[in-house]
Design a protein around this ligand. Structure first.
Ligand code: R5P
Length: 327
C-alpha cells in the first residue's frame, strides 16, 4: 500500500459495507488499515429498509462497498439508501464500490420494446448521491458511458493472469479460449499477456431465457490444454457447453476462469460434474460454503481486496490508478 501522504482533498477514508459482501469489505479494510464504519441496516416487516450511521461523515471521503448479486434488489436498495444517507450527512465525496454490477447484461436495445436497465442503475446511483464509482469486470466496457460521474472500471484479470503464469509451466501447449465473441477482445489481451494462442467459441443465444448454445470453435484446441475465459458464470449453460465443445474437439486439461460466480440454479453442481482440472474465480460475489465444498480443491478463489484497497487508497490521495497497471 502507498505510504506517502498528499493533502487529502476529501478528508479521511470512511469505509462502509452493505450486507452483501462483508468478508470482502473487511479484507479491504484490513488492506487499508482502517476500520469498517458502524451502521445499522434494518428491514421492517413491510420489507422497507432503514439505515443509520453510527458516527458523522461530514467532510469525509466515503466508500460504500456493496456487491449487487443475489438478493439483487435488496442489495441494490441497501447500496442506494447507504449512499443517500451519507449524502444527507454531508460526506465530502461518496464512491460506490460495486464488485459485481447487476443488470449489466441489459446494456442495449437489441430487440424491440426492451429496457436498457444498466443505464437505469447508473441513473439510480447518481440520483442517490454517488460522486464516483468503482466496478470490476463489468459485462461491457460501454456501460461506463451510462455514468456522467467519473469512476474506475477495473479488471480482476491482471490477478488471474499472474496466477495463470504460475500454472503455465505445468501446462501442455496451452491456448486461451473465449466462451463467446463478446469476450473476444478481452480474451485476446489475456492470451497476449500469457504469450499463448487464442481460440473463440461462437455462441448463439436462442431465447431470452438464459439458455445458450455453443455452436462452433474458431481456432485449434486439439491436444492442447485449454484456458477458458469469461466474465461470469450465471446458470453455467455457456461454460458447460464450452467445456463439452473443447473436450469434443480434443482438448486435454481444461482450466476455467471467470470473475463473477453468480451461480444461479444448479450451476455449481453442473460445473463440478465436468472433468475440468481447475476453476479459477474471485470474491466479487461471495460463494456459498456448500458450493465451495462441492468444488473441493478444484476451486481457486483469488481475492480482489488488495486491488480495490489500493484503488481506494490512490483515489483518496489523488494518485494515478493507471500507473498500477503500467497504463
Ligand atoms: C454473457 O455474454 C456472459 O459473458 C456470460 O457468458 C454469461 O453471463 C454466462 O451465463 P450462463 O452461465 O447463464 O450461460
Amino acid at each position: 500500500m502507498l505510504n506517502h501522504r498528499h493533502d487529502l482533498m476529501y478528508g479521511d477514508i470512511k469505509l462502509f459495507s452493505g450486507t452483501s459482501c462483508e468478508p470482502l469489505s473487511q479484507k479491504i479494510a484490513d488492506y487499508l488499515g482502517v476500520p469498517l464504519c458502524g451502521r445499522t441496516i434494518t428491514q421492517f416487516p413491510n420489507e422497507n429498509l432503514f439505515v443509520q450511521l453510527k458516527s458523522s461523515v461530514r467532510g469525509q471521503d466515503c466508500y460504500v462497498i456493496q456487491t449487487t448479486s443475489r438478493p439483487v434488489h435488496r442489495n441494490l436498495m441497501e447500496l442506494l439508501i447507504l449512499i443517500q444517507t451519507l449524502r444527507l450527512d454531508s460526506a465530502a465525496r461518496i464512491t460506490a464500490v460495486i464488485p459485481y454490477l447487476c443488470y449489466a447484461r441489459s446494456d442495449k436495445k437489441d430487440q424491440p420494446r426492451v429496457p436498457i436497465t444498466a443505464r437505469l442503475i447508473a441513473d439510480f446511483l447518481e440520483v442517490a448521491g454517488a460522486d464516483r464509482y468503482m466496478m470490476v469486470d463489468v459485462h461491457a466496457g460501454q456501460i461506463q458511458g451510462f455514468f456522467s460521474i467519473p469512476g474506475d472500471a477495473l479488471t480482476a484479470y491482471h490477478k488471474m493472469i499472474k496466477y495463470l503464469t504460475t500454472l503455465k509451466p505445468k501446462m501442455q501447449d496451452p491456448v486461451v479460449v473465449s466462451t463467446d465473441l463478446g469476450f473476444a477482445k478481452r480474451a485476446r489481451n489475456i492470451a497476449a499477456k500469457l504469450d499463448i494462442p487464442l481460440a473463440f467459441i461462437e455462441k448463439r443465444r436462442v431465447a431470452n431465457d438464459s439458455k445458450a448454445e455453443a455452436l462452433a470453435i474458431i481456432g485449434d484446441v486439439k491436444n492442447k490444454d485449454v484456458i477458458l475465459v469469461d466474465d461470469e458464470i450465471d446458470t453455467g449453460g455457456s461454460m458447460v457447453n464450452a467445456i463439452n465443445l473443447v473436450t469434443k474437439m480434443g482438448a486435454k486439461d481444461v482450466y476455467v476462469n471467470f470473475v463473477h460466480s453468480v451461480f444461479s440454479n444448479d450451476a455449481a453442481q453442473r460445473l463440478v460434474a465436468t472433468d475440468v482440472k481447475e476453476f479459477i474465480t474471485t470474491d466479487t460475489i461471495p460463494i456459498p460454503e456448500a458450493s465451495i465444498k462441492l468444488f473441493g480443491n478444484r476451486l481457486t478463489i483469488l481475492s480482489i481486496s488488495d486491488l480495490l484497497g489500493e484503488v481506494i487508497a490512490r483515489t483518496n490521495r489523488g494518485i494515478s490508478v493507471g500507473a498500477m497497471f503500467n497504463e
